[in-house]
Design a binder for this molecule. Structure first.
Ligand code: ADP
Ligand code: AMP
Length: 215
């Protein structure tokens, strides 16, 4: 299964991808996570990307396309993958199509997760994640079952993203509507788009995605 989760920052893409990877035994390819790893490792790409990410702008198509091309060539992607946060521009959408065409592969589904702006802002403002395994939580909506202990791995260390602040979020939302939302039309024209209500509970959103992918 080759799936794209499309939606603005805070729509719940990462949360849903983490639930689907266990179920379908395919990896989550989050360009945001890959770029944050490059920033932490201070690689050439990471050094270039840091300032752009901190300001909430998009990293260049060349950099992001190269990271994804390298990642999908790895053996754990042979049975499929979930793209989370990629593609984000029409150029990236063309690039992913070319990458798949080279391998005689196609996309199965593009799922657009729709969430109101006010809810996105609250979700991003309260987001934190496990420092060890990356499981995503929220200050009020999605706390670990035992406060301070990760449900997934038991770690007690958590972190917040430097770009999850109100000012950067405004820029990220703007960039979503300007550069990424045209992909809704792009995938609609290709007959791949399915839109779901991302305002529902995490469990209800998972059920909506499963109803689409199991068809
Ligand atoms: P994205 O990957 O699209 O940026 P995340 O999956 O990181 O979004 O979710 C953003 C925040 O919203 C996180 O704090 C997460 O716990 C919370 N969240 C995700 N899905 C839901 C949901 N359906 N209802 C309430 N909170 C949610
Ligand atoms: P995310 O984790 O998806 O919210 O991404 C965090 C940040 O990484 C974004 O605000 C961008 O600066 C950068 N980024 C992630 N994915 C992409 C992409 N596909 N294209 C360009 N920039 C990206």
């Amino acid at each position: 299964m080759r799936l794209i989760l499309l939606g603005p920052p805070g729509a719940g893409k990462g949360t849903q991808a983490q639930r689907l990877i266990d179920q379908y035994a395919i990896p989550q390819l989050s360009t945001g996570d890959m770029l944050r790893a490059a920033v932490a490792a201070k690689t050439e790409v990471g050094v270039k990307a840091k300032e752009v990410m901190d300001a909430g702008h998009l990293v260049s198509d060349e950099i992001v396309n190269a990271i994804v091309a390298e990642r999908i060539a790895q053996s754990d992607c042979a049975n499929g993958f979930i793209l989370d946060g990629y593609p984000r521009t029409l150029k990236q959408a063309d690039a992913v199509e070319a990458m798949l065409r080279d391998r005689n592969l196609t996309l199965d589904h593009v799922i657009e997760m729709r969430v109101d702006d006010e809810v996105l802002i609250t979700r991003v403002a309260g987001r934190y994640s496990c420092a060890k395994c990356g499981s995503v939580y929220h200050d009020t909506d999605r706390k670990p079952s035992v406060e301070g202990i990760c449900d997934q791995c038991g770690s007690t260390e958590f972190k917040r993203r430097p770009d999850d602040n109100a000012e950067t979020m405004r820029t990220r939302l703007w960039n979503y509507y300007k550069d990424t939302s045209p992909l809704v039309g792009y995938y609609h024209c290709k007959g791949l788009l399915r839109s779901i209500d991302g305002m529902q509970s995490v469990e209800e959103v998972t059920a909506a995605i499963e109803a689409i992918v199991s068809r």
